[in-house]
Design a protein around this ligand. Sequence first.
Ligand SMILES: [Zn+2]
Length: 134
Amino acid sequence: MKRFRIGARVDDERLYFEVRLYDTDEEMRAAYRRTTFFLPEQDDDTTCGRVCPVRNVNGERSRIGFIFLSRNYCGTRVVSHEMIHAALEFYRSLKGCSANFGKRCSPKEELLADIYEVLFTKMTRKLHALGVWA
Ligand SMILES: [Zn+2]
């Protein structure tokens, strides 16, 4: 299992996720099931990845969650899917932001797209560096 961080700076806040990349989906699911994030009603053997937000206490705000991935499911579909969950959670963590984007593209949606762009770019670079993506 490899651990690394991906994050972004928005409005002078630097927030990040701790990524846990497992060699197999079985290892990833077993590790996820051992955490306090585990929700039996959302669990099944087709889980390809998971974003687990952390509600920080004691004023600690920089780590906003964990991302569980497995090398078996690190194609662009799963990774981009998990990155949009991560971007939404990142957005929700900003002061004054809730994840309601309305019917048309707005500055709120643009900010979400900016966060997603940074997180996805950092994730692709890291997966290339680890040899997961050739
Ligand atoms: Zn999902």
